[in-house]
Design a protein. Structure first.
Length: 135
């Protein structure tokens, strides 16, 4: 990660696009050094891993928009890690298109308290969409 020390001096950074760079989950954790970050684009970072990075996102509490499309995630974290996402009280939009999630990602995403926009296009959801509750 040499060379990124200077990036973390940008404490007032609000929008960050790091798409197509091949970062891993530990890099996402290090973004907590950017406390004002509101929009994060990590599209097409294939080496990010195979599981949705719930634990790595927990410290990005000012985040409003997150794009993790085209990373080919295919696993959902355990329920405790998913419940931790409730700390992201400002996250309104998340794009998870072009991954390999199944329906279990819905239970993880449901922990996001203020989510208004969700993109799950081109995943492996299949069958009926698991929506519960009163309308």
């Amino acid at each position: 990660m040499e060379g990124f020390d200077q990036v973390f001096l940008l404490k007032k950074l609000k929008v960050l696009n790091l798409g197509s760079n091949g970062f891993n989950e530990s890099f996402i954790s290090s973004l907590s050094a950017l406390p004002m970050l509101k929009s994060l684009d990590l599209t097409r970072n294939y080496p990010l891993g195979r599981s949705f990075p719930a634990k790595e996102l927990l410290h990005l509490t000012n985040l409003e928009e997150l794009d993790l499309s085209w990373n080919f995630y295919n696993a959902t974290p355990n329920i405790q890690e998913c419940m931790g996402l409730s700390r992201l009280k400002k996250l309104k939009s998340i794009a998870l298109g072009h991954n390999d999630f199944n329906k279990s990602i819905i239970s993880c995403i449901s922990a996001l308290p203020c989510l208004k926009t969700l993109d799950l296009s081109y995943n492996q959801l299949g069958g009926s969409f698991p929506i519960q509750g009163k309308f």
